[in-house]
Each structure stands twice: as C-alpha cells, then as structure tokens.
Design a protein. Structure first.
Length: 313
C-alpha cells in the first residue's frame, strides 16, 4: 500500500513538473530568467554606418554601452525581401514572405504576437511604430487566427492609413506604454534613418542614425531602472533592412539583394545572454522569433529560423 502511495505521489510530482516545464523540443534550459522581451527597430540603416563602422561615430550608445552589456553580431542578415514590411514580418514570424509594403495586406500567417497572446491570455503585447503601415503585423489573414489574440497597437499618426509620425512621438508613447502598461512582448519601430535617406539627404541620414541611437538608449535606461523591467527584460535591437552599398546605387534606396541591403546590425541583451560578447557566426532576421519563443516558452509553428543558442550564458 505504502509502495503504491509512493508511486502515485511520484506520478503526481512528475506530472506537475511536466505541466510547469516548457514542452518544446528546442529547450536550452527550462529556467530562463527573461520575463519580458522588447524588439527595437531602427528602420533602414546600413551596417557600414552602425556596428560595421569601427569608430562607432553614429551609434555611440548602441556600439559602446549597450554592446558591452550584451552581444553584438558581426554577420547578421535580412536574407528575404529587403523592404520594411517583409523585414518586420521576418523578425516577428521567423518566416520570409514578400508582404505588400504599403499596409494593404495582412500577413498570411500569425506572428509571435498572436502565438504569445494565445499561450498567455493574461499577458500584454504591444506593437508601437512610427510607420502606420506596420499595424497589419498584429493580425493575419489565416482564418484560424484572423482577429484573434491581437496585440495592442500604437502605429503612425492614428493607426493604419493615417501616415507616418515623428520618432520623438514614438519614443514618448513607448516610454508611457512601458511605464504604465508594462507589456511583456513589445516591438518598437523608429522610421528614421530610412525616411530621411529616401530624400537623398546624406548628412540627415547620418544624423538620424545618431538620433535614433539616442532614442533607443532612452528606452534602454528605462528597462535598467524601472522595477517592472529591471533584470528580467531581453532586448533585440536591429534593422528591417540595410541600404544599397555604393556599387549598387548608394544609401538613398534599398530593396535588392546587395550586401548593403542585406547586412544589418543586431544587438541582444538580457538576463539569459552573455555580456560583452561579439558573435561572428551567421544569423538572420528569421532567427529572432524562434529565439523569443524559446525565451518566453511558447510554440512557434512553421518558423524557418533557428534559436540563436550562442547568445545564452
Ligand atoms: Zn524599412
Ligand atoms: Zn541594395
């Protein structure tokens, strides 16, 4: 009888452990410290002006301060379509798809927002963007997920179709949302330096990289001081695409396969990641979503990317 009771107790304990541990095949550890994830996108900066510039002239906060607190990537790429909407969709879904770049098409499959919200209905996710067209990334045309498990959105002047807004407004809104809502999964898009580069203003393009570098640092400081985020937040800072290198038309445009368009920056910091490390293996935009699914312990079906296991301590 005692033996049977012991067996039953063991079964209960094993069942309990299974229920409360992550049920995924890619598990690195069941004890991730990350509770919140923020992706921050500097729209359309070339690698040669960010981490690829060893003087770090235009990204002093990212390349000196934030890089020392996490990992910086030497070989990180958008290997899909090098436009804004497909680039953001790649990082949010782990899949490359040439989504219409003007905000008139819903992604044909859900992103991490919907899978995360489905898994954790009581947690909060936010999609915050200077570019209104990115609002479509909160939803999908997949009939099983359409209009379900949606992220909160704060995009453009007043949502889809309203036009772009200044990055300073996006910073203020982001600081307010982080401080008051303390969301668990967030993407923040700053439209510069892409917006100014398209006007063929070379000096403005460089100035805007430096400006967004300082805006990102404002967000980073909040996560280091606010008790809702401190020591439990993982941050990915990247670009949706680069811009043509000089042999392929130069900085003012982007959208093809050239190295200038494909190579982008990635900085990753968080309680589960190494500090002061440079990663030289090849990774790409579609690897961000599966890494987040691993950190936050939820299923991400159909991803073409891989967990960036080198990041982990
Ligand atoms: Zn873009
Ligand atoms: Zn190009």
């Amino acid at each position: 009888m005692q033996k049977l009771a012991f067996k039953f107790t063991s079964l209960v304990i094993v069942g309990f452990l299974l229920f409360f541990s992550c049920q995924k095949t890619t598990i690195i550890s069941t004890k991730h410290l990350t509770e919140k994830v923020i992706i921050i996108v500097m729209d359309g900066a070339r690698f040669s002006e960010t981490w690829g510039d060893s003087s770090h002239t235009f990204t002093p906060n990212l390349s000196n301060i934030i890089a020392s607190k996490g990992c910086a990537f030497n070989e990180f790429y958008n290997n899909g379509d090098t436009y804004t909407s497909p680039g953001h969709l790649a990082m949010l879904s782990g899949q490359y798809y040439n989504l219409n770049n003007s905000g008139t098409e819903l992604p044909p499959f859900p992103t991490i927002f919907q899978y995360f919200n489905q898994t954790y209905p009581n947690k909060k996710s936010w999609l915050i963007a200077s570019k209104d067209k990115l609002e479509v990334l909160a939803n999908t045309s997949d009939t099983k997920y359409n209009n379900l498990h949606l992220a909160n959105t704060d995009c453009g002047i007043s949502g889809l179709g309203s036009g772009y807004r200044d990055d300073s407004i996006t910073l203020q809104n982001s600081l307010n949302i982080l401080a008051n809502q303390h969301p668990d999964l967030t993407l923040i898009n700053f439209r510069e330096p892409d917006f100014t580069a398209h006007m063929s203003d070379s000096l403005g393009y460089l100035n805007q990289i430096k400006k967004v570098d300082s805006l990102i640092y404002e967000l980073f400081k909040l996560t280091e001081t606010n008790t809702n985020f401190k020591e439990k937040t993982t941050i990915f800072i990247t670009n949706d695409h680069g811009r043509h290198n000089d042999l392929n038309g130069g900085y003012s445009n982007h959208g093809d396969n050239c190295l200038g368009c494909r190579q982008i920056m990635l900085f990753a910091t968080g309680p589960d990641f190494k500090t002061n490390s440079v990663i030289s293996s090849n990774y790409e935009l579609i690897d961000i979503a599966p890494t987040i699914a691993e950190l936050m312990c939820f299923e991400l079906p159909n991803s073409q990317g891989k967990v960036m296991s080198e990041l982990f301590k």
